[in-house]
Each structure stands twice: as C-alpha cells, then as structure tokens.
Design a protein around this ligand. Structure first.
Ligand code: ADP
Ligand code: MG
Length: 621
C-alpha cells in the first residue's frame, strides 16, 4: 500500500489531482457545518450581485440566491450522483462481464449481444431516451447514466475474465471441488478487481459530466434544488450580461473532472506491476551503459566478454548481478557456463547484445568484443544488425519466444527477412531447409503449423532453427533444454554438437546441469554470485574440481550405475547480489572457509586455460 502511494505521488500530475480532489471533498463534507445561507432562499432585491460583495463571497444568481452556498451544495449533489452512478455501473457491468466471460459459450453469446445492443445507440441519446421514459428527476438521471455505462464495464471485464478463465489456477480450483460461485468470488474477482477500480477511476469524471449534462437540459435535478449542471443551465440566459453565474459552476466542474482524471491515470499507472520497477518509463532499445575505468584491449577471439559488470539500479539499491566476468570463444568452440539459478548467467548472456532491460539494468564496466569490435555502447543500429544475424540466442521457453498467431514457417522467414532481402517462395524454401537441418520430420507440412500444434521438443528445435536462420557465428543458448525430458534433451544436444562441427559455430551454452556440460562443452566456466569462480577444460574440471563450490556442485549430480551414494546438497543459499559479503562470496557456505577468505577480493589465479578463485583450492591448478 505504501509502495503504491509512493509510486502514485511520484507522478506530479496525479499528486496535483489528488490534492485538488481532496480539498473539494473536504469542502463538500463540511458544507452542512459551514455558516452558509440557505441555498434555495431567494432575495430578488439582491439579484446578480458580483463576487466578493458584502455578504456574498461568490455573488448571487438571477433570483438573488447565494452562489457560494449553491455551489457547495450543488457540488455535493453532483459528486454523490456521479460516484453512485459509477458504483452501480461498475457493479452491474462487472457482474455481467464476469458471468459472460467465465461461463462462455452460449451464455456469453446471449449476454454480450444484449450488451452490444445497448452499445449500438449513441450513449447520450440513450440516456436522454431513458430519462424521457422515466420522467425528469435527479434519481432518474442517475439511473440513466448508470445504465449507459454498464456496457463499458461489461465489455472490459469480460475480456479480462475470458483470459483468466482458461488459466491453470482456475482448473485447479475446479479440481479442488469448488462451485462456480466460489470460483467467481474467490479466484476470479480478486484478479479482476484492480481492473474494475482502474476503469472506475477513469470513468467517474465522465459520469459526473453526463449527470451535469442531463441537469443542464433540465432533465436532472429540478428547481430549486441545485446541482452543477442545473446551475449552469439556469445561468445560460445571463451568460453575457452576468458571466460570473456561469463561471463559478463552470470552474468547479472543470476542477472536479480534471482532478479525477489526472488521479485516475495515476492510479492506473501505479497499479500496473510492469511499470513498478521501471519507474513508469519505457525500456530503452539497448542496455544503458555507464562505464567507469579502463576498457580492456582487443583480443583475437571471435567473441570475448571482458571484465563485464552489469548492475540493476532499483531506487537506492544496487544489484551487482554480474561483477567482472571474462569469457571468450573461438570459432567451432563450445563453452559451458554453469551455476545455480541467480548466479548471473542470463544477465551475462543478455549483456552481450545489450538486451538487459534498462531501466533498471546498467552496464558499468568492461567490454564485449565481437571480432575485436566493442559492442558495449555501440550505436543501436550496429547492434541491431548483429542481433540474430551474427550472434543469435536460444532461450529456455520456446513457447514464449514464438508468436502464437503466426505459422512457424512465416516466423522463420521473418527472422531472415529482418536482415536480408528474401522473396516469398525463397523464404518458404529456406524455412523448410532450416526445419530439416534441425531434424524435424515432415518439414514440408510442419512448416504450416502454429506453435501450439507442436510438442515442446519440436518447438525448441524451431527455436534453434530460428537462431540458425541467418547463419550466425555465435549462438548463445540460455538453458535451452531445461524444459525438456532427457531423451529430447539428448537429441537437441547432439543436434547442436553436429551443427558446430559442420558450420564452425561458436556456442556459449548456459546450464545448471554438469551432465549437459560433460556431453557438449570443450571448456567450462563456473559462476557464483555474478563472478567466475573456476574455469578450465571440461574434463580437467570434472575430474579434479579445484573450487570447493565446483566440487560440491558435481557431488550434487547423481550417477547412473554408480552405486548408492548419498547426494550432497549444498547447505544455505546464494547471497543476495545487492548485499554481497566482502571476500569470497561462497565463504558463508564453505566448510573450508577461514578468516583470510573473508578479508578481501580474491583473484582468479592459475595458468590458462585453468583458473580458480580460491585461496585454499582442492587441487593445485
Ligand atoms: P541465472 O544465473 O539464473 O540466469 P540471472 O542472470 O537471471 O540468473 O540473475 C542474476 C541476478 O540478477 C539474480 O540475483 C537476480 O535476482 C538479479 N536480477 C535479475 N533481474 C533483475 C532486476 N530486474 N532487478 C533486480 N535484480 C535482478
Ligand atoms: Mg537464467
């Protein structure tokens, strides 16, 4: 709640709206206590007094009634009617929307066609027709305004509910034996409530205006009762001769509607969790770079990550996700990067092409060189040309990276087309060839499948085909087989292995599984809390792990046919990267840690390509 308010008031306009609206609300709440004249008492002798005359702060109207008193009482009435109308419309509309969206099928069809019929009329006309049928009066105006706004809520909420009704947690509730009413009240309602509140906060201003409109036409509040609309209506005839009678209620309507809308927009932004960490701004096209210190010199590697530091700046906190990582690959080489989740593997990978979201991501040091050229801080256009064309990514979950509404063939052709000119027939032929390359059977017919028509393993193959589409030099694979079963994983691994042998691809393979590393990688780097703690040729590291962390990671892997052996879990958790201990980050979990381990920075020591960041390694390197 306090986080919500903080975010809301960071938005200046919303804060202004809140202040104005609160002032108005306080005024109308204490109106009965104020020493005001009777708003309906006429005094013909005092007609059209100007504002600030003796006894009349805001002057008088055509019947000599005190404008200040009428204004406050009128505002009270207008606000009450507008808010009640909004509540009624939101309740009825949301109920209709939830029922239609949850039950779907014929219920949905019948209800929504009824709503469509209401929507077919211009809504001020519809309101007029309802008041005409019910007779003029404030109550009837309220009913009319509420009625014409029901479809707006019904449509919005139905849309949200349809999306939610198919989700797993609703299925789980059904399996648990909950009835429809319970599911709607305890599962759906809490999820749509923020949307209802947002829709209300952005429409209540409109409803106040609409009620005022009906009163202005004489269909709402009846004389002598004042509301803002009827005050404006009565002042109309004296608009030129005595403008203050219109200006006073006019300004009040303006203030109310403006403040409610500004506040409503603020509430909408603050309630959207996606905007929360990003401080209400859109992510940039490439990661923000604020490098201090020296930029490492070029090497002859194909892709070299040099002393890379990537941080997340959230408010005053600094998360050191990657704290000085160096990795390099040559053509045809496969480098494994291994570590527990949260050790900074993905952030390292995404930093290469400037894909870490900013805000909050910032690259604060080091370089990433592709064929010697530094990519950190390179112009967006140069990065864009290399993304997917020279350096391609494969992600863990192919269902979330493939567009659900396009056929896979079209998406493959599209991936090529964003870098190279390609005709339609040619694109199709290329897509078929790519699917064949990744060993998808019946590629010619599979090409017209949608992503949801494929199995997980198939989709991951499409993900690999997509990465191969432009014949890149480097593929960065971020846990590509984590979501797959072992047989499919083995097929995908051997596929990647063939591809790098056939095409001289360099692969950076991120995983948390030593088995996978052993199968595929020439070299391996072990990451912990954003730094590399050990690296070397795969066999050497597996046979003689030097860092206590690596040894314990390997001990966590069960061996088939290796007899019974107690699996040793590593006690404790990786440290939070916004509060790293000084010295070795693994020391708190290490059974060999001594005082000196906690004293200061520990360098990565050894003879290339073997290195370890430990003062008391298990093996000499
Ligand atoms: P993994 O090794 O599992 O791929 P990541 O690279 O995704 O780990 O994350 C590394 C660290 O960065 C984690 O500790 C995570 O909490 C932190 N992190 C990632 N994204 C953000 C973010 N947007 N804001 C703050 N911290 C983040
Ligand atoms: Mg990850």
């Amino acid at each position: 709640m306090t986080a919500f308010l903080k975010l809301l008031f960071r938005n200046r306009l919303a804060a202004m709206g809140a202040v104005v609206l609160t002032a108005i609300l306080i005024l109308v709440l204490i109106t009965p206590l104020l020493p005001l004249q009777n708003p309906d008492a006429t005094a013909t002798a005092d007609r059209f007094k100007r504002p600030f005359t003796e006894g009349y702060l805001l002057g008088t109207d055509h019947l000599g009634r005190d404008l200040a008193s009428r204004l406050l009482h009128g505002t009270r009435l207008s606000l009450a009617v507008g808010v009640v109308a909004a509540l009624i419309a939101a309740t009825i509309g949301s109920a209709i929307g939830i029922v239609a969206g949850y039950f779907g099928g014929r219920t949905d069809n019948i209800i929504m066609r009824g709503v469509d019929m209401l929507m077919a009329f211009p809504y001020i006309l519809l309101a007029l027709a309802i008041v005409a049928a019910l007779g003029p009066g404030l109550m009837n105006a309220l009913i009319a305004v509420a009625a014409v706004n029901v479809p707006f809520f019904a449509r919005n909420i139905r849309g949200i509910t349809v999306g939610l009704a198919g989700r797993e947690f609703i299925d789980a509730a059904r399996l648990a034996g909950m009835g429809h009413t319970r599911i709607i009240l305890t599962e759906l309602l809490p999820n749509v409530l923020p949307v209802i509140i947002i829709a209300m906060s952005t429409t209540v201003g409109w409803m106040i205006l609409e009620t005022a409109g009906l009163s202005f036409l004489g269909l709402g509040s009846q004389p002598p009762q004042a509301d803002l609309g009827s005050m404006l209506g009565e002042a109309r005839s004296a608009l030129i001769s005595h403008p203050h009678t219109s200006i006073v209620p006019g300004i009040m309507i303006f203030l109310i509607v403006m403040s409610i809308n500004l506040l409503g927009d603020g509430v909408r932004d603050a309630l959207d969790p996606r905007l929360r960490s990003g401080a209400l701004s859109r992510p940039r096209a490439t990661t923000l770079v604020e490098r201090a210190g020296d930029i490492p010199a070029a090497t002859d590697d194909l892709l070299a990550i040099q002393n890379l530091e990537t941080q997340f700046h959230v408010g005053k906190r600094i998360y050191r996700a990657v704290g000085g990582v160096s990795l390099a690959v040559k053509p045809g080489e496969c480098l494994g990067v291994i570590g527990e989740s949260g050790s900074g593997k993905s952030v390292t990978a995404l930093s290469v092409m400037g894909l870490v979201a900013s805000p909050p991501g910032v690259i604060t040091g080091g370089a990433v060189r592709f064929q010697g050229e530094d990519l950190i801080g390179a112009p967006y256009e140069s990065l864009r040309r290399k993304r997917g064309d020279r350096v391609a990514y494969i992600f863990q979950d192919p269902l979330s990276t493939l567009h659900p509404l396009y056929r896979v063939g079209e998406q493959l052709a599209e991936a090529i087309r964003s870098h190279h000119k390609l005709g339609k027939a040619e694109g199709r032929a290329r897509a078929v060839q790519l699917l064949k390359d990744v060993r998808i059977p019946n590629a010619e017919s599979r090409i017209d499948d949608y992503p949801h028509e494929m199995s997980g393993g198939m989709r991951q193959r499409v993900g690999i085909a997509m990465a191969l589409a432009n014949e890149p030099d480097v593929i960065i694979a971020d846990e590509p087989t984590t979501a797959l079963d072992v047989t499919v994983q083995a097929q995908i691994l051997s596929l990647l292995d063939d591809l790098r042998r056939e095409r001289g691809l360099a692969i950076i393979f991120i995983t948390h599984d030593f088995g996978v590393v052993a199968q595929l990688c020439d070299r391996v780097a072990v990451m912990y809390a954003g730094r590399i703690v050990e690296e070397g040729p795969t066999r050497a590291v597996l046979d003689a792990p030097a860092h206590p962390y690596t040894r314990r990671l390997i001990a966590c892997v069960p061996e088939l046919g290796g007899g019974r052996r107690a699996l040793a879990a590593i006690p404790g958790l990786p440290p939070a990267v916004d509060d790293l201990p000084s010295g070795c980050a693994f020391a708190p979990r290490c059974d060999k840690a001594r005082e000196s381990c906690r004293a200061g920075d520990i360098p990565l020591a050894g003879t290339h390509p073997r290195a370890v960041r430990c003062l008391y390694p298990e093996e000499a390197v």
